[in-house]
Design a protein around this ligand. Structure first.
Ligand code: UD1
Ligand code: UDP
Length: 372
């Protein structure tokens, strides 16, 4: 029996790794141990509840306005005892958060093999996104199993010198998570408020956008909404107090936008599926919206998800106020430009990524994902 420990701590990691926890639990040859760092609290707990995942360990490290030093030091200090007690055969981490990087580092210190889910995404600029690009590159140095979501991500790893036999193309587990969330009969009071208007779905939280870039993003959005009475924007706001201050200063009092508390993943996918377009700096939303055929204006200077750019459903608009303003306006006023982006495609997976990862870990063999 192989003991697999999964360590995660933020909302997006939980959304993408809970389906894997549940898949691994069905495997006879695998014993599953779940350790959450609690880097997020409310936003993590809501996902655990939806997927009915009950952690064996909770390091409960979150504090308000935490710095990268706080997160790194707290996890490193607390996870050692858990790893030493459980002695897992493999530890799985996901993506690019500080939880993932620090947990992988702790495994390295104890010489425990690491499996990296969503491996191989790259911008090659360690300050964009910050600190995520550094985190994922550093995990790749350590990891023994590299579960790349796409062929491109696998090529990135192999070109960096990773042993090809350690790289597996699985699809992204977020597509697995999306299989059962969107419903035709879905209702929500915010969607009633939007009515026949155009739903503009907004999220923002990236560390490198905090401060002036985020103010510019919000000012551009407010200007466009002011000129387009057909639009109703819904913005489930991240719990970071710095994000909330900026949104309050720039968007407060605008009656075409509803800023609401974070919604659960079930609501989020249904909002994405019904929106006219999305403005975001999120990573995960860049993977989800294309399969609903919804254009995404990515308010970042770089993206590690070029598959969506290539497919035409994502457009990188940076954080300059005029650039966001003109791209957003164009998609509202130019039907051809909108039509060129609004087509469903799925370069990120087929909903069977968890099965593939579990097969690799349990049986040592799998059928690679060949789409994308
Ligand atoms: C983290 C990840 C980022 C990921 C994002 C997903 C790092 C360095 N950053 O960034 O890669 O894209 O999560 O959302 O790993 N807070 C709460 N309750 C919560 C969650 C957050 O109050 O449930 C507040 C706290 O004040 C916390 C702050 O938000 O200190 C920031 O959280 P943190 O995890 O440090 O950064 P994120 O921007 O969420
Ligand atoms: N999400 C959610 N509720 C929200 C906003 C986002 O459930 O209010 C989901 C979204 O569907 C996606 C994930 O959270 O699966 C993205 O998380 P986030 O943007 O926080 O992080 P990133 O993907 O940028 O790391």
């Amino acid at each position: 029996m192989k003991k697999i420990m999964l360590v995660f701590g933020t909302r997006p990691e939980a959304i993408k790794i809970c389906p894997l926890v549940n898949e691994l639990k069905t495997r006879k040859g695998i014993q599953t141990v779940v350790c959450v760092t609690g880097q997020h609290r409310q936003m993590l707990d809501s996902v655990l509840e939806i997927f009915n995942v009950k952690p064996d360990y909770d390091l409960s490290i979150m504090k308000e306005g935490q710095t990268l030093f706080d997160i790194t030091a707290a996890i490193l200090e607390k996870i050692k005892a858990v790893l030493e007690k459980e002695k897992p055969d493999v530890v799985l981490v996901h993506g690019d958060t500080s939880t993932a990087f620090v947990s992988a580092l702790a495994c390295f210190y104890l010489q425990i093999p690491v499996g990296h889910v969503e491996a191989g995404l790259r911008t090659r600029n360690i300050y964009s996104p910050y600190p995520e690009e550094f985190n994922r590159q550093a995990i790749s140095i350590i990891s023994r199993y590299n579960f790349a979501p796409t062929r491109l991500a696998a090529d990135n790893l192999i070109n960096e010198g990773k042993d090809p036999s350690s790289v597996y193309i699985t699809g992204n587990t977020v597509i697995d998570a999306m299989q059962h969330t969107v419903r035709d009969d879905y209702r929500h009071p915010e969607l009633d408020w939007v009515g026949d208007g155009k739903l503009i779905f907004i999220t923002a939280h990236r560390r490198e956008n905090l401060g002036e870039p985020m103010h510019r993003m919000f000012r551009a959005i407010r200007r466009v909404l002011g000129e387009h009475p057909e639009c109703r924007a819904v913005y489930p706001i991240h719990m970071n107090p710095a994000v909330r201050r900026a949104a309050d200063e720039e968007l407060g009092g605008c009656d075409r936008i509803h800023i609401i508390e974070p919604i659960d993943v079930f609501d989020c996918h249904n909002f994405e599926a019904r929106c006219y377009l999305c403005l975001t700096d999120s990573g995960g939303i860049q993977e989800e919206c294309p399969s609903y055929g919804k254009p995404v204006l990515v308010m970042r200077d770089t993206t590690e998800r070029p598959e969506g750019l290539r497919a035409g459903t994502l457009r990188l608009v940076g954080t300059d106020e005029e650039v966001i303003y003109s791209n957003f306006t164009e998609l509202l006023e130019n039907k051809d430009a909108y039509g060129a982006m609004a087509h469903a495609c799925n370069p990120y997976g087929d909903g069977r990524a968890c099965k593939r990862i579990a097969d690799i870990l349990e049986l040592g063999t799998y059928e690679p994902w060949t789409g994308g």
